[in-house]
Design a binder for this molecule. Structure first.
Ligand code: AMP
Ligand code: ZN
Length: 114
């Protein structure tokens, strides 16, 4: 997926403020933060959205979520609490079509979401 923005971040051909990485995922700060802490966790492998995941991808999905927990600890928001968001498809508000987990924190999150 040479034209995918987030694949380019994985490949380091465009810069990002890296927060965490391992064999399966990369985490970097969102360029347009919606909260004091706003980091994205993405799989190194390209999936257009959550809707593409299959049973075989359950371990990767777990890795994505646990990496979100690591990000929360690294950013110092684990105790206060935080929110994971995965926008999926057009009605879900997705704008970048490489699966990503938003990790949001540093302020109280409203409910319901917009
Ligand atoms: P979504 O709307 O759920 O698809 O989220 C896409 C997110 O990617 C948005 O919050 C954008 O601010 C963020 N974003 C877009 N381009 C970049 C970039 N180059 N580096 C970091 N975050 C980005
Ligand atoms: Zn991609």
């Amino acid at each position: 997926m040479s034209e995918c923005l987030f694949c380019k971040i994985v490949a380091r051909t465009i810069p990002a403020a890296l927060v965490y990485e391992d064999e399966q995922v990369v985490a970097f700060d969102d360029i347009n933060p919606q909260a004091p802490i706003h980091t994205l966790v993405i799989p190194r492998t390209h999936f257009a959205s959550m809707a593409e995941l299959q049973d075989a991808d359950v371990t990767l999905l777990g890795r994505l979520m646990l990496a979100g927990n690591k990000v929360a600890s690294l950013k110092g928001i684990a105790d206060a609490g935080y929110r994971f968001v995965v926008n999926t498809g057009i009605h879900g508000g997705q704008s970048v079509f490489h699966l990503h987990l938003h990790v949001l924190g540093g302020r109280h999150m409203g409910w319901p979401p917009g």
